[in-house]
Design a protein around this ligand. Structure first.
Ligand code: MG
Length: 377
């Protein structure tokens, strides 16, 4: 399907639901013969993600997240990808569509040239990490399908070693609403609490009324005083907290290093760190890194970041944005390499269009399907 047809299909309200499910058994079908041209065909479409609960972060609140869904077709096989653009990362639907529209993917005749394609994307424009990630994820889905294998197998990873995932809860001043949010955490072994919003201890105390589940904390740069940050780390350590993510603003490197020297809990870099060269810098002030595909430009560099961080003795966490099961399942392929996962982005939205990652007994479970492991619903 070329881009015009794809967009027209979407305009009819059929969107991805109208697209045929692709499987390796399609290899010899008449359709495949008809579309064989040996070149990569990229199509894309904005898709707004609707959040099940409004999202309260240290610096904003929102009820939707802009996204762009991507397809790369090659020889009748389709790989799916996705860009998710929370506002604080600086990308939006327009910037992603502009970037994707500038790409001449038809110049490539081999979808396995992922390094070359990344180099080409860097030459088109810097930054645009989510846009690049959407192409990268679609390429991994496509090449995995051509090989007939999921990426965890291609990477040599053991799917039994996936971590528990945390489920994010945010503070609500309404006790009934807060209680509902806490009840929704019941299937999970780890609950992530967003802090730095002025109700830091209240959220943990509300949770502790009903549950002794392990928590991890994401301060989202919300603590600006190093003594306050250290006091919170000590307070949290007494309440079954596993680690603290991005306790202080990313610019406050010396202060964060000061807290790290004294904190009983590991400190994990999130906003501080985007791509591979940032891993070594993070080691100066943090015990670990939070890898996200929308920061790392996708699976290719995320895999390299996980290898480097582990080689440096750092903890590795794998996170996501609010995304459909497309990008979250792509991230899950890497999850046997990490200490902690925060792969709940698909559970936070009301309009997922893919089936993929499952959380079973709190643990990340990777589907046994080729590529990134998803199917259109
Ligand atoms: Mg974070």
């Amino acid at each position: 399907m070329n881009r015009r047809n794809f967009l027209r299909t979407s305009a009819l309200g059929l969107a991805f639901a109208a697209a045929p499910a692709i499987s390796i058994s399609a290899a010899d079908s008449p359709t495949r013969q008809a579309t064989r041209n040996g070149r990569l065909n990229l199509t894309f479409e904005p898709y707004e993600l609707k959040l099940r609960h409004s999202f309260n972060l240290a610096r904003s609140q929102r009820t939707t997240t802009p996204g762009v869904q991507v397809r790369i077709e090659y020889d009748g096989i389709v790989g799916y990808g996705e860009a998710s653009m929370p506002p604080y990362l600086g990308e939006n639907v327009q910037s992603v569509c502009d970037f994707l529209g500038r790409l001449d993917m038809a110049q490539f005749t081999d979808p396995f040239r992922i390094e070359d394609i990344h180099a080409y994307m860097e030459s088109v424009a810097p930054d645009n990490r989510a846009a690049k990630a959407s192409v990268d994820i679609a390429l991994h889905d496509l090449t995995g399908k051509i090989m007939g294998q999921p990426w965890y197998k291609i990477w040599g990873l053991n799917p039994d070693r996936t971590p528990n995932t945390s489920y994010t809860i945010s503070y609500d001043a309404d006790p009934t609403e807060m209680r509902t949010k806490i009840e929704e955490t019941a299937p999970f072994k780890v609950v992530k609490v967003k802090m730095g919003v002025g109700h830091d201890k209240e959220t943990v105390e509300a949770l502790r009324k009903y549950s002794d589940v392990a928590i991890c904390v994401d301060a989202n740069q919300g603590w600006t005083d190093k003594q306050q940050a250290l006091d919170m780390c000590n307070w949290l350590a007494e309440r079954n907290c596993l680690f603290v993510e991005q306790p202080m603003p990313k610019e406050m490197i010396a202060e964060t290093a000061w807290v790290r020297e004294r904190s009983p809990l590991p400190l994990i870099a999130d906003e501080f760190l985007q791509r591979l060269p940032d891993v070594a810098r993070a080691a100066e002030a943090y015990d670990g890194i939070n890898i996200k595909l929308m920061k790392s430009t996708g699976m290719h560099e995320a895999h390299q970041m996980a290898i480097l961080a582990r080689a440096m003795g750092m903890k590795v966490m794998l996170g996501c944005m609010t995304e459909t099961s497309c990008a979250v399942t792509a991230a899950a392929q890497l999850s046997p390499m990490v200490d902690w996962a925060d792969l709940d982005g698909n559970l936070l939205i009301a309009n997922d269009i893919f089936d993929g990652i499952k959380i079973i007994d709190g643990k990340v479970t990777i589907p046994d399907r080729p590529g990134i492991g998803i199917e259109l619903i």
